[in-house]
Design a binder for this molecule. Structure first.
Ligand code: FPP
Length: 230
């Protein structure tokens, strides 16, 4: 089996959708769902490491999500703060590298500062890389890369263009999972997902547990990846 057809995906992306509906079903505010989502992240990172995945990219906040009510955003920023203070440093100590992609300038300065501090402490050659897409939009990322290419002058190859993306150094996702029932990518890793295998589940993110993750990985192992060849 070639490296690109490994049974376990090397690089995985997750669109973590459904926190709001999960909370609503419990007659709770949306922030309750995001809180459950953060706890789910903690568990899924463990599952991903145990499964042999090397790169995990989580869509934590889209550029469009920034238009949400202030109260919900404050709740999310509070969770980012908590995660990067309580959980991320422990992971870094366990040979996990943490990265953040997106435009951090819209976040409260203490939150972006904490994120960058943890990222800077991460080892380049860590065994596992966890990347959070925050205030991230794939089209904006592509336009940013195009502008960098124009400024540099000359022509760029596909590989060269990939290096201008926020995701430079992270292999394109082999597998993208979206929870919450919607069948779309919502501006997540559009350039990088050219040959990603896609997996959609109706399960709301806080309910996407180890069993469901394993089921998704099993489905991936059955996919026949041809990369346009016969
Ligand atoms: C989409 O669900 C989810 C988000 C906009 C936020 C995702 C955030 C987390 C899982 C927790 C954040 C914590 C860290 C550390 C990254 P939705 O709210 O749009 O759900 P809905 O479609 O049911 O309304």
């Amino acid at each position: 089996m070639s490296e690109k057809n490994r049974a376990v995906p090397q690089s995985v992306g997750i669109i973590m959708d459904g926190n709001g509906r999960w909370a609503k079903r419990r007659l709770m505010p949306r922030s309750f769902g995001h809180d459950a989502g953060m706890k789910r992240i903690v568990k899924l990172v463990e599952c991903a490491r145990a499964a042999g995945i090397r790169y995990l990219t989580l869509f934590a906040l889209s550029t469009e999500n920034l238009a949400r009510p202030r109260e919900e955003l404050e709740g999310l920023f509070g969770l980012f703060r908590k995660y990067f203070e309580e959980y991320a440093p422990k992971l870094v100590a366990e040979d996990v590298a943490i990265g953040v992609i997106g435009d951090l300038s819209a976040l409260p300065a203490d939150v972006s500062g904490k994120m960058l501090e943890v990222c800077a402490r991460s080892k380049r050659d860590a065994a596992f890389r966890l990347v959070f897409a925050v205030n991230y939009g794939s089209r904006a990322e592509i336009v940013r890369a195009a502008n960098l290419a124009v400024k540099a002058g000359g022509e760029v190859s596909e590989e060269g263009f990939s290096r201008l993306m926020y995701t430079c150094g992270v292999p394109d996702p082999d597998f993208i999972i979206r929870t919450g029932g919607e069948l779309r990518l919502s501006n997540f890793l559009l350039w990088q997902s050219a040959y990603s295998e896609l997996y959609f589940t109706k399960t709301l993110f806080p309910d996407f547990d180890e069993r469901q993750f394993k089921r998704a990985l099993k489905e991936y192992s059955r996919r026949n990846r041809r990369f346009g060849k016969v």
